[in-house]
Write a protein that binds this ligand. Structure first.
Ligand SMILES: Nc1nc2c(c(=O)[nH]1)N[C@H]1C(S)=C(S)[C@@H](COP(=O)(O)OP(=O)(O)OC[C@H]3O[C@@H](n4cnc5c(=O)[nH]c(N)nc54)[C@H](O)[C@@H]3O)O[C@H]1N2
Ligand SMILES: Nc1nc2c(c(=O)[nH]1)N[C@H]1C(S)=C(S)[C@@H](COP(=O)(O)OP(=O)(O)OC[C@H]3O[C@@H](n4cnc5c(=O)[nH]c(N)nc54)[C@H](O)[C@@H]3O)O[C@H]1N2
Ligand code: SF4
Ligand SMILES: [Mo]
Length: 780
């Protein structure tokens, strides 16, 4: 027996684990590492299912190829060797590049899922295609692309500091479910006197700990923030010193604030004026105050621009910018040679590249803006930061149009690596059409498990999990600490590190790649002075940058904007051709922004709120997690429920113009009448992989009934993902529920100890579900 120190990657938090490996080289137990800088021994319920994950009978273990003569979605695959798969894929890619140019290749990755992301960037930059993105686009690009032009860097990573932060505004975020480390910091800060203000249309777990909860109408955050800004100015609670010396165009803020008396803000948001005033008073006077990043502001489509802008303004007028405990600007991590080694310059100067990314002409996310904004940021922070990438990711809608309509140019090959676009992006049906299209000549997928997106792939490749691969915590280059851990065991079967996929493919199309992932990481972490192996072997297996406790760095180098000041009306946005001072607007996907929707779709849906134990579309095949929440849940107010004859645990239809999906109702007082929550991304791994099922990709997943039209997106091309007009009504045909048994008797989810693996669990076809689906799935 040997105990190895590894990092958990069941989600991006990279908690430290100790993995016990037996004499046969098999992992028999994982548990929290008490010495971990990330988690101090704590782990969540997902980690407790890691062993089940590692040994699950449904893992993809070998490369597979769609059987000759079958169509995508027929579900017929045959085994093939890695070399054959890579040779064939590379050959097709080179032919596509030759015929259509490098931009004809596109790829999506997921939510900082590991080694694949960095390798994808480098592969694409060297290949000459800007058509790659990862789901970080949904998480953060909208707030970054608003804050960076204003402040010269972003404060997304700034969280309350216990003992320092006196007030925290938490809008559209629910840390107890979504960010446990942040939450534990918030709880300690509260114990040391910090006031917590939660701004959420739903009574969340976080709201239950708040000093003040503002239950606003969904989509009205900008009105609420402008109400607070106006109150702060009116009461003269602003930081004059900061405003006078370090900001530009404050008069525009004062002017706009005149339009936001508390009465107007209260009327729009449905939050009583005195509560808005109280929140504003605490935020402006209990300093330093932190305005915590919440995902919601990035998911509001057209309305998102003004929401993010208003968030930033409130930081600046109160002098909470770049203050430790406030909205500290993280700054680049000097320990990473990230931007250089990803070879952005190679992409910019690539001789074969003729175009910007597929939506570069429609949205501000394009290479020109990336370069311009990057130059400005570098003036203050120096070379080497990584945020520039967020300014160039294409919007998924443009990739699908490239495939289907050659608009703006043909896209002919697509690689799904560590993502599940059929389920995790709104416009799921658009993705389906694109992936099914014969115009798409090559579709490759790499994952741990089959997913609906992989069900359509021509080639399927097996990924090694976090016990089987080395880890370096990079967070797309934005990690403030650099932590390395070794793998516990060699990959089982023919699973491979995602790095190897990109490197093997890269070498076949003429690129140079380090021999293995460790060699790759060595290049990126060179500034630390350590190699991967040295760092992973140290007792402290991480390095923190010397700058990690410095704040108010603008005093040394100004802000990374053209004027060197904090710009309320950023020149960089004006030059990008977007409104540099966006005014409050109603979100067009609700009946308030588009009254034509009111009659047919009287409800506002808030889809996709994070819930433990899941991580987006992942983990429904793990019985030890699935028993905690076997079906997707939709919360509805008791008044509405009574009127519609809906009870808790009833199946309901949720409907929009794009179709309907079914979920299970939970009757509650946590949301107001007229508002419902719904789960995004849900699919049923127990259903067959072939059409019409495709693992039930469109039975319950609301991302298949939310649109991705260009007009609904914000200035970055971010699609609306919450606050959507819909209808809800009882559904008489339930899914058969007998298939999901109780937690496996053998696997103990609370200790993480593995017994003999239960071999005949989930894959049995649910005949009732099959009958139920017939006629529904084929409807599309
Ligand atoms: N309506 C609505 N839609 C949303 C959201 C919402 O709030 N509302 N949230 C959006 C946001 S912010 C995000 S980040 C996305 C998440 O979207 P995704 O990142 O696409 O979702 P996941 O389920 O986390 O991961 C997708 C697949 O990656 C696989 N995977 C994980 N790690 C690895 C790895 O290392 N290698 C390989 N090869 N595969 C791996 C998993 O098994 C899984 O099948 O969803 C977005 N969609
Ligand atoms: N367990 C778990 N944790 C996760 C993830 C996961 O899948 N599972 N995903 C990770 C990822 S990639 C991300 S990006 C983060 C996101 O994590 P968070 O930022 O916490 O985001 P959510 O939980 O999606 O949504 C937070 C809240 O927004 C509220 N909301 C909806 N509409 C509005 C509105 O119009 N205004 C306001 N103010 N609030 C609104 C919802 O009620 C919800 O409570 O979570 C991360 N953590
Ligand atoms: S799944 Fe849980 S234990 Fe693993 S990294 Fe995420 S929070 Fe930590
Ligand atoms: Mo995300």
């Amino acid at each position: 027996m040997e105990v190895k120190r590894v990092s958990c990657y069941m989600c991006w938090m990279n908690c430290g684990l100790l993995a016990t490996v037996d004499d046969n080289g098999r992992v028999v137990k994982t548990e929290g590492d008490p010495n971990s800088i990330m988690s101090g021994g704590w782990t969540c319920e997902r980690q407790k299912a890691l062993m089940e994950y590692h040994y699950h009978k449904d893992r993809i273990n070998y490369p597979m190829k769609r059987v000759e003569g079958t169509k995508r979605g027929d579900g017929k695959y045959e085994r093939i060797s890695w070399d054959e798969a890579m040779d064939e894929i590379a050959k097709k890619l080179l032919a596509i590049k030759e015929k259509y140019g490098p931009e004809a290749l596109a790829s999506f990755g997921g939510t900082t899922h590991g080694p694949g992301d960095e390798a994808r960037y480098r592969f694409f930059n060297k290949f000459g295609s800007p058509n790659f993105m990862n789901q970080g686009k949904n998480c953060g690009s909208a707030s970054m692309n608003s804050e960076v032009p204003m402040a010269g860097y972003d404060s997304m990573g700034a969280v309350p500091v216990p003992g320092l932060t006196q007030c925290c505004l938490a809008a559209g975020v629910n840390s107890p479910q979504s960010g446990m480390m942040t939450w534990s910091g918030i709880r300690s800060a509260q114990e040391k006197g910090m006031k917590l203000v939660v701004i959420d249309p739903r009574f969340t777990e976080m709201a239950s700990y708040a000093d003040l909860w503002l239950q606003l109408r969904p989509g009205t955050d900008a009105a609420l923030y402008w109400g607070m800004i106006a109150y702060i100015i009116d009461q003269d609670l602003v930081d004059h010193d900061f405003i006078d010396n370090w900001t530009k165009d404050y008069d525009l803020v004062v002017e706009e604030a005149k339009n936001w008396p508390l009465t107007r803000a209260a009327e729009i948001t449905e939050v009583p004026a005195e509560k808005i005033a109280q929140a504003a008073y605490w935020y402006a006077t209990a300093k330093p105050a932190n305005d915590l990043w919440g995902l919601t502001a990035c998911h509001m489509g057209n309305a998102g621009n003004s929401v993010n802008h208003a968030h930033n303004i409130i930081h600046a007028i109160t002098g909470n910018v770049d203050v430790m405990g406030g909205n500290w600007l993280t700054g680049p991590n000097p320990n990473l040679a990230y931007a250089d080694y990803m070879e952005w310059d190679t992409l910019l100067n690539h001789p074969d590249r003729k175009h910007d990314c597929a939506t570069g002409h429609k949205f501000m996310c394009n290479l020109d803006n990336m370069v311009r904004i990057n130059e400005s940021v570098e003036k203050a922070w120096g070379h080497g930061h990584m945020m520039c990438q967020y300014f160039m990711y294409p919007s998924p809608v443009g990739i699908y149009d490239g495939i289907l309509k050659d608009d703006p140019y043909p896209i002919r090959a697509f690689i799904v690596e560590a993502s599940n676009p059929l389920c995790t992006l709104t416009g799921g049906k658009h993705a389906y059409e694109a992936f099914k299209s014969d115009k798409l000549e090559l579709l490759v997928g790499m994952d741990y498990f089959m997913t609906p997106s992989l069900c359509l792939c021509d080639y399927i490749l097996p990924a090694a999990d976090c016990l089987e691969r080395e880890n370096c915590t990079l967070m797309w280059g934005s990690a403030t600490l650099t932590l390395c851990t070794d793998k516990a065991v060699e990959p089982m079967y023919e699973r491979k590190n995602d790095y190897d996929f990109w490197a093997m493919l890269g070498r076949r199309v003429g690129q140079d790649w380090p021999e293995d992932y460790k060699g790759f990481i060595n290049e990126i972490i060179k500034p630390t002075g350590f190699t991967f192996e040295e760092l992973a072997a140290r007792e402290d297996n991480y390095v923190l940058p010397p700058t990690s406790s410095e704040d108010r760095r603008y005093l040394q180098h100004g802000f990374g904007t053209p004027s060197g000041k904090y710009e309320f009306r950023p020149t960089l946005l004006e030059e990008a051709g977007v409104d540099p001072f966006p005014k409050y607007e109603e979100i067009q996907t609700t009946k308030f922004g588009n009254p034509a929707l009111a009659e047919k779709y009287p409800f506002t849906m808030m889809p996709g709120n994070r819930n433990r134990p899941y991580w987006h579309s992942s983990f429904r095949q793990l019985k030890s997690l699935r028993w905690m929440q076997p079906y997707p849940i939709c919360e509805i107010n008791a008044e509405d429920a009574r009127r519609l004859g809906i009870g808790t645990d009833d199946w309901v239809w949720i409907e929009t113009d794009l179709g309907r999906v079914k979920q299970k109702a939970k009757v509650t007082a946590d949301v107001k009448p007229g508002v419902i929550t719904a789960e995004a991304y849900w699919y049923y791994p127990e259903l067959p992989i072939e059409e019409p099922w495709l693992m039930g990709w469109n039975i319950s997943n609301v991302d298949t009934i939310i649109g991705d039209d260009y007009e609904l997106c914000d200035w970055n091309g971010d699609q609306p993902m919450r606050d959507i007009a819909c209808n809800i009504y009882r559904c008489e045909t339930a899914l058969n529920e007998t298939n999901i048994g109780p937690c496996s008797e053998i696997f103990d989810p609370f200790t993480g100890v593995m017994g003999t693996y239960d071999n005949d669990s989930s894959q049995a076809v649910d005949e009732d579900a099959r009958a139920d689906l017939d006629g529904y799935v084929t409807r599309y």
